[in-house]
Design a protein. Structure first.
Lengths: 236, 236
DNA sequence: TACAATAATTGATAAATGTCAAGCAGTCAA
DNA sequence: TTGACTGCTTGACATTTATCAATTATTGTA
């Protein structure tokens, strides 16, 4: 079931940093081979180990990247619109390292990897954009590794909350926007442990009620979390 | 103390995948601004947070990449000749996310980031090589994250040994080539724990005496380690 | 609304991992 | 060769994290 992109969707994709520098002809060519599909929740879009035939773009809903080994599973990232995923595998023509599933009903644009590589060879400005995006992604994963290796799970949770608060414009109250069991997995801990960790942060001014987070003492939380741009700032 | 590269050194750098596609003129231009320096052991070459003024290339010796937070420190990677490091920071003109120190007496080629970006803008084939290298590096870090999140420290050690054995041509006996405390830090554990983990692997046919490793039963070790290309194969 | 299914929490316990202190073993230089 | 130094190992113990089982929300749906 191949469905071409609507103009609106095409424009959304166009606005991604990855594609914004591309000239119109090349972008049109890319979109010619692309199609869009709406998936229900909990659908596995890609499975690790399979060849990377498409670059994926979430234009609505949300997608979880996860990885498995020996019967265990861990959440690697959660993606909100509009973002691309699995660029590196696409470019390298290599197998996916991670699997992806929809978390809610989601609209996904699929751009054939072959077309990506073709435009990439043709258009130097696209290569530059790909480099920029890959370098950003690489640095993000390095930061994540530092987070995992240098901090305890409690510290990771504290810094996650600090970060989420900033995303929420610094407000004292905000929603979690992610199931707790997925947050636990993302932070590298069990759901049981996350529950307990949340309570351990109470003395530092953190209240969590269901999905609702209240930071009663930001200074206290910051003093405990000790966030640092080289780990926690996505733009640095 | 600016020292130009010898022809031999220049050739070594030239052979790196990153530079091999570059045309002679551009490569020569790059090397014109580059210089080489020999450092004693335990010298901090770069410090995380500082601006990335140079792409570094180890041509002899070895270099450790590490990161710190809140008084803790962890080894992120150990680099053998000939390899480059901190490409992403160089390209993005961003601060280093990791620090680097020499482990032994080492010869390091320094290529100004400015020149890198200039050639990068000029030469599409170089952009392609940079993309390829960044995609490889990105995937390597993702694999490392999977290793950290999906495996216990004992499993990480077992897989490390399997990997080292393959690097040693599959021989039953090989050297560790890394101080145990650094290996411990790389694997995300304490030196004490590494000592104990090594003994825990005895039932699986692993003997370690100082730097010398003997695998008496490869099948047993493999059955325990369960290596997988999507985590353990650097080329996939 | 009520039911079933799923997610979150809690307590008890176990396993993994880290810390501290002491002793041992190899290295290097006087 | 000796002595200081450093890294490695070991044991005792503490902390962190996971597991298991039971209970309590919460969600989605008939």
């Amino acid at each position: 079931m191949t469905i071409r992109l609507s103009d609106d969707e095409s424009a959304e994709v166009r606005h991604l940093e990855l594609f914004s520098g591309l000239d119109d002809a090349h972008f049109a060519e890319l979109m010619l081979g692309a199609y869009v599909q709406t998936f229900p929740p909990q659908i596995e879009l890609i499975h690790e180990g399979e060849p990377a035939d498409f670059l994926h773009v979430v234009t609505s809903g949300s997608v979880e990247l996860f990885a498995s080994w020996n019967g265990r599973e861990t959440t690697m990232a959660t993606l909100a619109p509009v973002s691309t995923f699995i660029l590196a595998a696409t470019i390298r023509d290599a197998p996916y390292l991670m699997s992806a599933r929809t978390l809610e009903k989601s609209r996904i644009v699929l751009v054939p990897s072959r077309d990506m590589r073709a435009i990439f060879d043709l258009d130097p400005t696209f290569a530059v954009a790909v480099v920029s995006e890959l370098a950003r992604a690489y640095r993000q994963v390095v930061k994540n590794t530092k987070n995992l290796k240098l901090r305890t799970s409690l510290e990771r949770l504290a810094n996650y909350l600090v970060h989420r608060q900033e995303c929420a414009g610094g407000r004292n109250e905000f929603g979690l926007d992610i199931e707790k069991r997925r947050l636990a997995s993302y932070l590298g801990m069990t759901p049981e442990n996350l529950s307990r960790a949340i309570r351990q942060l109470r003395p530092y001014g953190v209240r969590v009620n269901g999905n609702h987070v209240t930071i009663t003492d930001k200074a206290d939380l910051l003093a405990f979390a000790k966030p640092e741009s080289l780990i926690d700032d996505p733009n640095s």
